[in-house]
Design a protein around this ligand. Structure first.
Ligand SMILES: Cc1cc2nc3c(=O)[nH]c(=O)nc-3n(C[C@H](O)[C@H](O)[C@H](O)COP(=O)(O)OP(=O)(O)OC[C@H]3O[C@@H](n4cnc5c(N)ncnc54)[C@H](O)[C@@H]3O)c2cc1C
Length: 318
């Protein structure tokens, strides 16, 4: 495991690379951790507070048994890097593309001028039912989806095939007397809206600011830690609502989402929220409410043009 941690004593920061946190102990006024470096050297470190940034390892969440997975988001993902993907011309070549099928969706994320991350997400149950290795599955899923197959006809895989499963979860408690959870260590809500890195940076920034204040005045701790938990949970709730709509009301959601109109600046509000606006202002709130109302109504009345999630094959197109 490539791992690292930062230790920030009173005046300077020390960075340890290739170092694993192997043990955490809490005292009333301190946190004590044990670390092991790549050369197997071990040492102990003490600090007043701990920021758990251990990602999906969720060191504290697992230890405190506060990690809650989402039963309805049991997804499987298989992905790899490729060269020679057919991209759009000009600056549109840098855009992320998503391809939505009936029971799965694909991402195409340009990483460099020539390299692209390709991944597919589907229900874990459906993947297990297919009884395929990740390598074979990725090739087959791409070949089965005409749009992906067309764009990837000359593609060459240049990385191993990776897979991840059941990765949506949240910790029921995000702070304690001596700790805060940050980024994926706090929770992760499905990759579909690419919220992971944003949430990691947003929570890291807030945790750092809050800790800075608390270090100067410990009496503020409870209040500021609660505020932090509320803010992080609020953003995760916002993404969870989008993600639920994407999977549970997928056709109606896509029909409305992919047909943005200027009407009452709803599209602008949706974009702002997806780009990280916490949506606390009334101006955003009522527009979001209306957006989800349109998604609900779309089930009964075609407010936006109807879409089919069935891939068009050459036969069907003719
Ligand atoms: C399938 C999939 C696709 C995704 N696609 C996107 C996307 O398109 N866009 C996006 O924004 N996000 C995406 N994400 C999410 C994104 O990768 C994460 O949200 C983001 O990396 C979280 O950052 P982090 O710093 O919290 O955790 P990480 O980046 O996971 O960093 C955690 C670090 O802690 C280290 N660590 C763990 N345990 C220990 C220990 N005991 N001691 C020391 N160090 C330790 C790890 O080695 C790691 O270096 C995706 C996630 C998945 C599962």
């Amino acid at each position: 495991m490539i791992s690292y941690c930062w230790i920030i004593p009173a005046r300077a920061a020390r960075k340890f690379e290739e170092t694993e946190v192997t043990k955490i102990d809490f005292a009333d006024d301190r946190v004590k951790i044990e670390i092991e470096c790549a050369n197997s050297e071990q040492s102990k470190i003490e600090a007043r507070y701990l920021l758990d940034c251990s990602g999906r390892q969720t060191l504290l969440g697992s230890r405190l048994k506060v990690k809650k997975t989402y039963d309805h988001l049991q997804k499987f993902s298989v992905f790899a890097h490729y060269e020679n993907i057919d991209r759009l011309p000009g600056k549109d070549a840098t855009l992320i593309r998503m391809v939505r099928g009936l029971d799965r969706w694909f991402w195409m994320i340009p990483l460099t001028e020539t390299r692209t991350s390709i991944g597919v997400v589907m229900d874990t149950k459906a993947f297990r039912g297919a009884k395929l290795s990740p390598e074979v599955a990725l090739e087959k899923f791409i070949a089965d989806q005409p749009l992906m197959a067309e764009r990837m006809k000359d593609a060459v895989r240049v990385s191993p095939v990776y897979s991840a499963t059941d990765y949506s979860y949240r910790n029921l408690q995000l702070t304690g007397d001596r700790w805060l959870m940050v980024g994926d260590a706090a929770g992760f809500i499905d990759p579909v809206f690419s919220s992971g890195v944003f949430l990691a940076l947003m929570s890291a920034e807030r945790a750092a600011d809050i800790l800075n204040e608390v270090l100067q005045d410990e009496r503020k701790r409870q209040h500021l830690f609660n505020k932090y938990s509320r803010a992080v949970n609020r953003v995760m709730d916002t993404y969870l609502t989008f993600v639920n709509a994407w999977y549970e009301r997928s056709r109606e959601f896509l029909e409305v989402f992919l047909n943005p109109t200027e009407t009452m600046q709803i599209a602008a509000a949706v974009n702002a929220v997806l780009a990280g606006n916490e949506g606390r202002s009334l101006a955003i709130k009522w527009r979001m409410w209306l957006f989800y109302f349109f998604v609900f109504a779309q089930r009964f009345v075609a407010l936006s043009p109807r879409l089919s999630l069935v891939p068009k094959t050459a036969d069907m197109a003719s």
